[in-house]
Design a protein around this ligand. Structure first.
Ligand code: GLY
Length: 555
């Protein structure tokens, strides 16, 4: 109640200052967040005069407390930034520890040891989030660092009210660990977080306090580093002090390309997402040229995009990995002539043979996303992850944060699928200090150098489908933010063969038509899209409605 009152007061104050400052060309601001705590805190930061990057940093730390499925300090992510008409990209992806090696998850016969890359201390990459937020603040922050970490500390110390959706996710995870006989300490720390209770995390509050006091050193050195590395040594992990001390997030150029007159700013490698989204959108236009417009989610629409998906994922498996270790042919993969060749054999009347789709060049599902636009028109699109829901299932005892299981995003053995069914080879093989391939695809569309749309999603490989479909929903089908994030989505990724996963809400007739073509269909929900659309002076923001997301437009 008090919290609600304070927020209303802040928003009212913002409305008043914003009305006055319209004279200075200030516009509406908006946040689209995966939960109400991150939404309220980031809106408050904007209302206090913070910019989009300040709001993003505060949201990232809050999510480490209130969205333990994916929010984190023990993971990593990607941030696309558009500030003062300049585009930037922050890669704070985890890296493989120095002791990691190609065959570390194989037994003596060369077979993959089940679950070793997915659960437990050995499945973790070196976390990148704290250095990422620290570097984002050094380069773009306008409010004091401490003021951006403090809201998270307070929520960790004083507790937050557990949402039904969080309790359900915790219960599901604990049950699956029990069923599969996986020995991790997740239940010990999270079983008491039941709907409606006030859940406190004292050790996490202390870790966040050290981060607030000492910046990156509060995590990668000193007490946190000692607790972390001692814990690793005791529980079969290989992340050591040098791994932590050496970790650095990297500034890269965002992947940029034009599509239908929009400048698309998205994630470059080590994400596969940006290339995949651009391939998908461009191949869709090549296939649709000179043909009648398709109805949204009609059988032909789903079929065409699924055919494209086969080709996108064949390229992903072969060509994509960490660009610091592997030469990724970005330019060739996006060339019009190449994409024309790729769509040449797609027919609206039949499914192409999966076995024949090769890479084309001659050679819970969790995670979370948020989108922000500030009153100056700067934007942040940020996707962050500890990989699978609740990461490795391991909480660093004494430091209170959940550890990622990002090592599973490497190709642990050529051709063997990871938890998302994605395969890979040399480009994404494990090597010390290398970043594992990702599907995270934070994306911003610009029109005439002004932000038009900020989007992104969690969901493993389905991230890519969620993001490109959110773009088509807005640009091709003229949907509002609310409609675009809630419209039923679908996903096809080459393997399993001719299998489409889809939301409820695809019509029976379209499902029957797809089955007749030869697809097998199964229902599943992917991650929730957080989207902001700019329409003239107005912002339209939405978070997918059936989980615990929240969007706020500050007028
Ligand atoms: N861990 C999911 C991704 O990065 O794609």
């Amino acid at each position: 109640m008090i919290k609600k009152f304070l927020l209303s007061f802040v928003l009212l104050a913002y409305t008043l200052t914003s009305t006055a400052s319209n004279l200075n060309n200030e516009q509406q601001a908006a946040v689209a967040m995966p939960d109400s705590y991150s939404a309220d805190v980031s809106a408050k930061i904007l209302a206090q005069g913070g910019n989009a990057i300040d709001a993003a940093i505060a949201a990232q730390f809050v999510l480490a407390v209130t969205l333990p499925e994916a929010g984190n300090v023990g993971g990593g992510g990607f941030m696309v930034i558009y500030k003062d008409n300049k585009a930037d990209f922050l890669d704070y992806r985890e890296v493989a520890p120095l002791k990691a090696h190609r065959d570390m998850y194989l037994d003596k016969n060369g077979d993959v040891i089940p679950n070793l890359s997915l659960y437990g201390a050995l499945s973790a990459g070196v976390p990148g989030t704290v250095d990422g937020m620290w570097q984002a603040h050094q380069k773009y922050g306008s409010l004091p660092w401490k003021s951006l970490v403090t809201p998270a500390i307070e929520i960790a110390k004083n507790g937050f009210i557990v949402h039904k959706n969080l309790e359900e996710n915790i219960t599901r995870r604990i049950n699956s660990f029990e069923k599969e006989g996986i020995k991790v300490n997740f239940a010990k720390h999270f079983a008491s977080a039941t709907e409606g209770t006030n859940f406190k995390q004292a050790n996490l509050a202390n870790t966040l306090q050290r981060i607030a006091d000492h910046g990156r050193a509060g995590f990668y050195r000193g007490e946190t580093a000692k607790i972390f590395t001692d814990f690793m040594a005791k529980h079969g992990g290989i992340i050591g002090y040098d791994d932590l001390n050496n970790y650095r997030a990297t500034w890269r150029k965002p992947l940029e390309n034009t599509w239908r007159g929009y400048r698309v700013l998205t994630a470059p490698p080590p994400s596969s997402g940006g290339i995949a989204i651009l391939q998908w959108l461009k191949m869709y236009d090549l296939l649709s040229n000179n043909k009648p417009a398709l109805a949204h989610n009609s059988a032909t629409y789903i079929h065409r995009l699924s055919e494209i998906g086969k080709r996108v994922f064949a390229d992903r498996a072969e060509y994509l990995g960490d660009p610091d270790f592997f030469d990724v042919p970005v330019k060739q993969l996006l060339e019009n002539s190449y994409l024309k060749e790729r769509v040449a054999d797609i027919s609206d009347d039949s499914i192409s043979n999966t076995g024949a789709i090769k890479p084309g060049l001659k050679e819970s599902p969790d995670t979370t996303h948020f989108s922000i636009i500030d009153k100056w028109g700067n934007a942040v699109s940020n996707t962050t992850t500890i990989n699978y829901t609740f990461g490795s299932g391991v909480i660093v005892e004494g430091a209170g944060f959940i550890l990622n299981d990002e090592m599973d995003d490497f190709s642990v053995k050529a051709g063997v699928a990871n938890v998302y069914g994605a395969v890979g080879g040399d480009a994404n093989a494990i090597q010390a200090n290398k970043r594992m391939l990702s599907s995270m695809s934070p994306t911003i569309l610009l029109k005439d150098d002004k932000v038009k749309l900020v989007t992104g999603s969690p969901g493993g490989t389905t991230i890519i489908s969620s993001v490109y479909q959110s773009i088509l929903n807005v640009i091709e089908f003229d949907m509002s933010a609310e409609q675009a994030v809630n419209a039923p989505r679908f996903h096809h990724q080459l393997l399993p063969k001719d299998a489409i996963e889809h939301y409820p809400g695809i019509t029976k007739a379209n499902i029957a038509a797809l089955k007749k073509l030869g697809y097998t269909l199964s229902r599943r929900k992917f991650g929730s899209v957080q989207l902001i659309i700019v329409d003239g002076d107005n912002l339209d923001a939405a978070a997918e409605s059936d989980r615990r997301g929240k969007s706020i437009v500050l007028k």
